[in-house]
Design a protein around this ligand. Structure first.
Ligand code: RIB
Ligand code: CA
Length: 307
């Protein structure tokens, strides 16, 4: 299956892998960028950098430079000041196709059938598109997002970064009524971790993209080692792509998922109703497990395929 998708991202080391994976697994109609791991001008430049490095002819549209209501927040500890710290930064000559990602999302969904929206950053662009053009909700094939968690968060004890960064946008997306919403939360993405052996394999492969990604992974893993004493780092965003292209690698559970927008301790928490026999109405297919070995092999082969 070669699904048509719009990849909405905030590159971001794992977003970079999601771009490379999506370009091989999908028909990527557009990449849209959002403020998240880094400010918008950097996440946009980073998306263009990855497209240029990998020779991808995919239009990149810049989107929201801030969340709907809360102040913009970034993740320099995980991704560095540029959002893609680690490797020497090449000159980026590609330019964004537009500064109106929301218009791109709306027009693309209205002109193509069965488009998947695959957001792997804060959900600001997706929420704005749904608010401006509610008709797109019934047109899309589904939303496959990286965000939230069944259990512990990362940016706070209760919230995952993408949802926490714009909880009001997330509340709109989870409440959109889309026929399919797949959620790859931290409970899932922490099952898919890249370790030093992947970096060794990429360096052995050599070539521009594998070497660049090895440098990215070196930086990304060092951060997890320093902060959490881990010897491997979760590949969050590729999970949202694989949930569309390789659903057989996952197990999902239909759940009601709501988003806390106000709580002092719980802002950005995805509240997943796990009560046995609950009368809740599911709005989301929550991913609970992944065949990590198969997924890692696919990710490694994909990155190496760019030579
Ligand atoms: O919490 C993980 C998410 O936050 C990932 O999408 C990562 O890229 C960051 O945006
Ligand atoms: Ca991301």
């Amino acid at each position: 299956m070669n699904p048509k998708i719009i990849l909405d991202c905030d590159p971001g080391h794992d977003d970079a892998v999601a771009i490379l994976l999506a370009a091989r697994e999908c028909e990527v109609l557009a990449i849209t960028t959002v403020s998240g791991n880094a400010p918008l001008h950097l996440t946009t430049a980073n998306a263009l950098l990855i497209c240029q490095l990998a020779g991808l002819d995919i239009p990149v549209h810049a989107g929201a430079d801030r969340p709907l209501l809360v102040p913009a927040a970034h993740a320099p500890r995980a991704h560095g000041a540029t959002g893609l710290d680690g490797p020497p930064r090449p000159e980026v000559y590609l330019e964004a196709a537009s500064a109106d990602a929301v218009r791109c999302i709306i027009d693309t969904v209205r002109s193509h059938d069965d488009v998947w929206l695959v957001p792997v950053g804060p959900l600001t662009n997706i929420a704005l598109a749904i608010r401006q053009a509610p008709d797109i909700v019934e047109r899309i094939a589904g939303i496959s997002l990286m965000g939230g968690a069944v259990g512990a968060g990362n940016v706070t004890p209760t919230a995952e970064f993408n949802i926490w960064a714009d909880p009001h946008a997330a509340q709109i997306v989870f409440g959109s009524g889309a026929r399919v919403i797949r959620m790859a939360g931290l409970n899932l993405t922490h099952q898919l971790c890249v370790g030093p052996e992947v970096i060794t394999a990429l360096r052995a492969e050599g070539g521009t993209v594998p070497s660049f990604m090895a440098d990215l992974f070196d930086f990304y893993l060092a951060g997890y080692r320093e902060r959490a004493g881990l010897e491997a780092a979760p590949m969050h965003d590729p999970c949202a792509v694989l949930a569309v292209t390789r659903p057989e690698l996952f197990t999902f559970g239909a759940r009601q998922v709501d988003v806390e927008t106000e709580g002092g301790l719980t802002r950005g928490m995805t509240v997943v109703d796990e009560r046995p026999g609950t009368d809740a109405v599911p709005n989301c297919d929550v991913a609970f497990s992944i065949d990590a070995a198969a997924a890692l092999e696919l990710i490694g082969d994909t990155v190496c395929s760019y030579g």
